[in-house]
Design a protein around this ligand. Structure first.
Ligand code: ASP
Length: 470
């Protein structure tokens, strides 16, 4: 009907006084005031008030309008009458005098209300109707801010010569300490892909490939039992660089998070430079390896970033009766006495608990928001680390032969870090859970209530995948 006119976004109407504009969006609310009908119209940019005057053609049509109907509205932008301004709305000085109305879509009454912050609604309903839940202002803010954060990360790192590389989702198990999600292969009967717990090995192999500076906004998958705020899939900023010192990596992260916080969240206060504590100090002083260094924990605008460094390399896993890497096996063990390779390996095998790792965590307000390490690029030492962790020599070849071999073709020293995006957005937006900052999160027990996943698959698929269900 009115497509000869170009659409105006609601945020732009204020400086179009006297002009005719075409708006498109959702009816936020409708109010009848005596002879006048008012609606609030909402689009991605904001909300404005439209008024339908009596004795016009569209007045009757406007009587039908209900919340969440999708409409096109042509109208004239007028200054609001004196005393009728709404200082709470950015468009509150003007209103739209409706001239033409096109109802694009009506809407049933929504199963959940969207004009509150939503915290009073059961989470199951919110997740089932997530596409409606996301219409609420709080969620719109969160999802849009998340985008800005990701844009900032991408721009910052690109400007510093990092390039973003996508790594596979269908891959092979890589140890980060959690259970893998597996995908059966149809073409290779009886074989399975694993979804990446992180791109750890790929990013290291990109260093062997000579890319030198890599990052990725990477999805990671970890099949863990429900613990508080975990999600089966989460997003991290994954970074790797060649020829780095630990200080360079931490310095880069510090500059990134300082600039990002100052740019996107000017209301936040934090201490610069970020304190650096050793793991030992953190435990002794704060009884935690992710201490909350805020002075006033009730202040929503106080942040306390810090780095914790010098973690132990190995810890004894009583349940499995074996040593495990505290970070992951690719982490370089510190060799403070500069022992030659053979002696170092012997000593490491004898007393794994005596060694520290070139590992660091990044914490904020008592949360671990990132972690990384300088990597062990000596294939002989790396092989021993796998053995210390209880792998038989043959099993190491089978599981990690590719990376050990890669390290024999000219490997640069390298290291990196990964920082969690979900948790960071959560902290910055003062949200109680990462589910509030993920567009389509899963429930605590791993279900997507909107899509109804996980779901059964049919007989035919099961057969094709060479599976038998118990
Ligand atoms: N792969 C590690 C993790 O996901 C991070 C790293 O070491 O760079 O925690």
């Amino acid at each position: 009907m009115m497509n000869f006119m170009e659409r105006t976004l609601i945020k732009d109407i204020t400086n179009k006084k006297g002009q005719l504009v075409l708006l498109k969006g959702w009816v936020d609310t409708r109010r009848d005031h005596g002879k006048l009908i008012f609606i609030d119209l909402r689009d991605r940019s904001g909300i404005c008030q439209a008024v339908f005057l009596p004795k016009t053609d569209i007045y009757e049509k406007a009587k039908d309008l209900r919340g969440e109907w999708v409409i096109e509205l042509e109208g004239q932008i007028n200054e609001r009458p004196k005393g009728m301004e709404n200082s709470k709305l950015p468009t509150g000085l003007v209103e739209v005098e409706a001239k033409k109305l096109n109802i694009i879509n009506s809407a049933k009454t929504l199963p959940i209300s969207i004009d509150t912050d939503g915290m009073e609604i059961g989470e199951d309903s919110r997740l089932k109707y997530r596409y409606l839940d996301l219409r609420r202002e709080r969620m719109q803010k969160n999802i849009r801010m998340r985008h800005q954060i990701i844009q900032f990360l991408r721009n910052f790192l690109s400007q510093r010569d990092f390039i973003e590389v996508e790594t596979p989702i269908l891959t092979k198990s890589t140890p980060e300490g959690a259970r893998d999600y597996v995908v059966p292969s149809r073409l290779q009967a009886g074989k399975f892909y694993a979804l990446p717990q992180s791109p750890q090995q790929y990013k290291q192999l990109l260093m062997v490939a000579g890319l030198e500076r890599y990052f990725q906004i990477a999805r990671c998958f970890r099949d863990e039992d429900t613990r508080g705020d975990r999600q089966p899939e989460f997003t991290q900023l994954d970074v790797e660089m060649s020829f780095p010192t630990q200080d360079e990596i931490l310095g880069l992260m510090e500059e990134l998070y300082v600039k990002m916080t100052e740019t996107l969240f000017p209301e936040k206060r934090f201490i610069k430079p970020f304190p650096r504590l050793t793991y030992k100090e953190a435990l002794e002083k704060y009884n935690s390896d992710k201490p909350d260094l805020r002075k006033d924990k009730n202040d929503p605008n106080e942040l306390a970033y810090a780095f914790v460094v010098d973690f132990p390399a190995f810890e004894w896993k009583e349940s499995e009766k074996r040593w495990d890497a505290v970070h992951h096996p690719f982490t370089k063990t510190q060799n403070p006495d500069n022992l030659p390779e053979k002696e170092f390996i012997e000593s490491l095998k004898k007393n794994p608990d005596k060694f520290l790792a070139h590992q660091y965590d990044f914490v904020c307000n008592g949360y671990e928001i990132g972690g990384g390490s300088i990597r062990e690029h000596n294939p002989n030492i790396l092989q021993s680390v796998f053995e210390i962790m209880g792998n038989k020599t043959e099993a190491v070849k089978e599981k990690f032969g590719h990376i050990l071999e890669a390290f024999e073709y000219g490997v640069p020293p390298h290291g990196g870090i990964a920082t969690g995006i979900d948790r960071f957005v959560m902290i910055m937006m003062n949200e109680p859970s990462i589910r509030e900052v993920i567009a389509f999160p899963k429930t605590g027990d791993g279900r997507d209530l909107m899509m109804n996943a996980p779901a059964e698959i049919d007989e035919k698929q099961i057969k094709e995948l060479h599976l038998k269900l118990k």
